[in-house]
Design a protein around this ligand. Structure first.
Ligand code: SF4
Length: 79
């Protein structure tokens, strides 16, 4: 059972999501501009759109690896 109960509510439904542990550092953002967005005030980031092709998947994976506190997850529902 994936531990995704800490998902930020704004995440698009699907495999990738960002948890409420996000501290808004913004390090992930440049890696996946088409898929990651920030809340008003940029205090939290979330998956705005699930990747639609392999190129976007690779970008989100890079963002996932760049997150210093590992709050980007890939164990949500299948896309
Ligand atoms: S890198 Fe991680 S902590 Fe920083 S904004 Fe992105 S998801 Fe949040």
């Amino acid at each position: 059972m994936p531990d995704n109960c800490n998902k930020h509510e704004a995440n698009a439904s699907g495999k990738y999501y960002i948890t409420n542990d996000c501290d808004g550092c913004g390090k992930c953002f440049p890696y996946a501009l088409q898929n990651i967005m920030y809340t008003q005030g940029a205090s939290k980031f979330f998956i705005y759109r699930q990747p639609i092709d392999d190129q976007e998947k690779e970008k989100v994976q890079r963002a996932l690896k760049a997150c210093p506190i590992s709050c980007i997850k890939d164990d949500g529902a299948k896309v």
